[in-house]
Design a protein around this ligand. Structure first.
Ligand code: NAD
Ligand code: UDP
Length: 424
């Protein structure tokens, strides 16, 4: 395990975070943090020089305990190649009585947010099906569950109908980073509209509860700050971000249409900027760009004058919020985000400082301090963004626990490990 896993992780009140999730609304989402970390914060490949351990024999140390559930893939540095083996044993999942075990569909489950949601739901003992077209996601994010009797992975594009018996649908499928959703704007709109229509149709047919991951982008470039859920937004309907912003707005309209007309049981999460391990390093979003640039010793690119603001939420807080919302009785839209707001210029400096801290702790020598440089501002880039999370606090009893610093440190370690293994 990396040193991050042994160092204390403190929450906003200075309390150690040992577990994420909670028991609320009759649904227990609590999982030990080190169990989750063992699935992402670890060297992915064993070097070829290491004799593979016999996993079944014993698990004396903490490291062994988790290595039991790791891929036994072997890395050959001379040829920069990998030999994959199947897992000998899956991570333990809770044994739930059939009355508590849910059949859960996660669309976009091979993406960044989806894969963390899948980890949590699997460890909690539910039956999980992922459908994904791998546009921005990758099979490797959930490969540690492939073959598990509670898990199924289907390559499927949500613009086409899909039939399955299930109790809950988390509908995430949609690219989320501006370069990716603008790559094929028409497809993005189609995914938002047709994909949501198909998944709502499925929810109606099988009487499943439906949750859509909407976005703070429905508020556009907001004139109200921070943004509460009853703010209707300020969106350019024909700009380069419209395929995503208007796509999510119409997806929300569809969702409430199915609720009113057909009685579908719906949940709408409006997610604010979220970051964490497994974000595609080539994703183009600010957190992954800054960390990867700083780790590689490249200039960090701030767009515009860096005075625009965002507030950043760590992935485990988001997963806690999504599960709480799904199992609650709240069918109005709910903002899920962290209120700690930074200008992008300040944020670049914070990321640089944390990357340097991690490098110093690990004895990495830097040739120079990376520069922060300025690039043109993308069209329609919102000037400010911060969630008003009063509703989430009142109805879900949910508030973010992770400080941006703690989350960033963990993400830096994740990308650093990827760099060291040669996959970044
Ligand atoms: P991501 O790009 O990592 O994941 C999206 C997943 O959906 C990928 O696995 C992708 O392959 C899949 N997908 C895309 N189009 C599809 C299609 N037509 N059919 C099937 N699968 C498809 O993005 P993410 O950050 O994990 O975002 C997940 C969800 O959360 C999205 O709906 C996004 O709009 C929402 N969201 C995320 C953030 C954030 O900061 N991460 C903020 C607001 C909203
Ligand atoms: N940004 C930046 N440098 C980058 C990537 C993004 O300065 O390398 C800025 C971007 O212009 C925006 C903010 O960071 O103001 C957040 O961008 P991101 O793409 O992560 O998400 P958004 O909130 O814009 O959807």
């Amino acid at each position: 395990m990396s040193s991050a896993a042994t160092a204390q992780t403190l929450d906003k009140n200075g309390q150690e975070i040992k577990a994420v999730g909670f028991k609320r609304f009759g649904f227990d989402s609590e999982v030990a943090l080190d169990v989750l970390r063992s699935l992402y914060l670890r060297p992915h490949y064993a070097p070829a020089t290491t004799e593979p351990k016999d996993a079944a024999i014993k698990a004396d140390s903490e490291e062994d305990k988790f290595s039991l559930f790791q891929s036994k893939s072997i890395y050959y540095p001379e040829t920069h190649s990998i030999s994959y083996t199947t897992l000998s044993r899956f991570p333990p999942v809770k044994l739930l009585p059939p009355s508590e075990r849910k059949r859960i569909l996660v669309t976009g489950g091979a993406g960044f947010v989806g894969s963390h949601l899948v980890d949590r739901l699997m460890i909690l003992g539910h039956e999980v099906t992922v459908i994904d077209n791998f546009f921005t996601g990758s099979k490797t994010t959930v490969s540690h569950w492939i073959g598990h009797p509670n898990f199924e992975m289907v390559r499927h594009d949500v613009v086409e109908p899909f039939m399955i018996e299930c109790d809950q649908i988390y509908h995430l499928a949609c690219p989320a980073s501006p370069p990716h959703y603008q790559f094929n704007a028409v497809k993005t709109i189609k995914t938002s509209f047709m994909g949501t229509l198909n998944m709502l149709g499925l929810a109606k047919r099988v009487k499943a509860r439906f949750l859509i991951t909407s976005t703070s982008e429905v508020y556009g470039d907001p004139e109200v700050h921070p943004q509460p859920e009853d703010y209707w937004g300020h969106v350019n309907p024909i700009g380069p971000r419209a395929c995503y912003d208007e796509g999510k707005r119409v997806a929300e309209t569809l969702t409430y249409g199915f609720q009113r007309q057909d009685g579908v049981d719906v949940r709408v999460a409006r997610i604010f900027n979220t970051y964490g391990p497994r974000m595609n390093p080539a994703d183009g979003r600010v957190v992954s760009n800054f960390i990867v640039q700083a780790l590689k010793g490249e200039d960090m690119t701030v767009y515009g004058d860096g005075k625009q603001t965002r507030s950043f939420q760590y992935i485990h807080d988001l997963v806690d919020g999504l599960i709480a919302l799904m199992n609650s009785g709240e069918s109005r839209p709910v903002n899920i985000g962290n209120g700690d707001e930074f200008t992008i210029g300040e944020f670049a400096e914070l990321v640089r400082e944390i990357v340097e801290k991690v490098q110093d702790e690990d004895g990495v020598k830097r040739e120079r301090r990376v520069n922060i440089i300025y690039k043109p501002m993308p069209t329609d880039d919102p000037q400010k963004r911060r969630p008003d999370t009063t509703r989430a606090k009142e109805t879900l009893d949910w508030q973010p626990r992770w400080t941006v610093r703690m989350g960033l440190e963990e993400m830096v370690r994740y990308y650093k490990a990827k760099m060291e293994e040669g996959s970044l």
